[in-house]
Design a protein around this ligand. Structure first.
Ligand code: MN
Length: 268
């Protein structure tokens, strides 16, 4: 892979005594065990700042708060709780809270998978997306589990990967979406570089009636039901391997240019 992160120069020109700042964010809220495990795991790699939502913000996607003020509370040294979305947190951190531009953004470790098409809803991935948009190498990390969340293996993998990302830049406009299977470290079958899989959407909607006789709906179905294709993020975690998917923020589908070039619209 070629291409360098555009802000390497900021770090290169920093005084020798200044360590790189690592910004840690999530969408499960600053009190989640996943963000603690992640922040602790990278302490030796830089000055770790946690800037995260003050409550759970899962599935808020890449939303930015524009119509009300945002409040920031420093709940401990270098730990800031924000009453906003993951995207707000990364934005505020980089443009105001941090004393210096971070060299790395880590988001997670999320309680639950962020695989396939589901990443478009993900607050975890969106925080990394925001970091990428700001030109900072960014990684989203998720633990593929439903109830028993042991973040230790995922956190130590995160630290190893973070060290690699700092040492070997990967292309701009790209983030890494990492999903760690929720199994014991000894049982894991390495890691794989994967592509985004496809979810099988089923009967995810639950219709019920409220005590006043009115219907309401519950969007549920977070069952992991994916189309089983080799090489995908889903296949990797299914096989007990950690999945690393490079996600490119340019959503243009280049092969469509040819088909769309045949359009014969009369305009104006
Ligand atoms: Mn979450």
């Amino acid at each position: 892979m070629t291409g360098a992160w555009p802000h390497g120069s900021v770090l290169a020109s920093a005084p020798a005594a200044t360590r790189m700042i690592i910004l840690v964010c999530n969408d499960d809220g600053i009190r989640s065990e996943g963000i603690r495990a992640l922040a602790e795991s990278v302490e030796s790699l830089g000055d770790v700042y946690v800037v995260a939502p003050d409550r759970e913000q899962s599935a808020v996607s890449h939303s930015l708060t524009l119509h009300r003020p945002l409040r920031v509370e420093e709940i401990a040294p270098r730990q800031f709780a924000v009453d906003g979305t993951p995207t707000d947190c990364v934005n505020l951190a980089v443009s105001g809270i941090l004393p210096m531009r971070p060299g790395l953004v880590l988001s997670g470790i999320n309680k639950g998978a962020n695989l396939g098409d589901d990443i478009t809803y993900s607050g975890t991935v969106s925080a990394a997306m925001e970091g990428t948009l700001l030109g900072i190498p960014s990684v989203a990390l998720s633990l593929v589990a439903r109830d028993a969340f042991d973040f230790s293996a995922a956190a130590s993998f995160a630290a190893r990967l973070a060290a690699q990302v700092i040492a070997h830049p990967f292309p701009a406009d790209t983030l890494l979406n990492v999903n760690v299977p929720g199994i014991a470290r000894e049982r894991m079958r390495g890691y794989r570089i994967t592509r985004q899989g496809k979810r099988r959407y089923g009967e995810a909607l639950v219709e019920k009636t409220d005590p006043r006789g009115k219907k309401y709906y519950w969007i549920g179905g977070d069952e992991l039901d994916f189309i089983d294709e080799p090489g995908t993020d889903f296949a990797a975690v299914q096989d007990g391997a950690i999945s690393i998917t490079p996600i490119h923020l340019d959503l243009t589908h280049y092969p469509s240019f040819e088909a769309l070039g045949r359009l014969a619209l009369e305009w104006p």
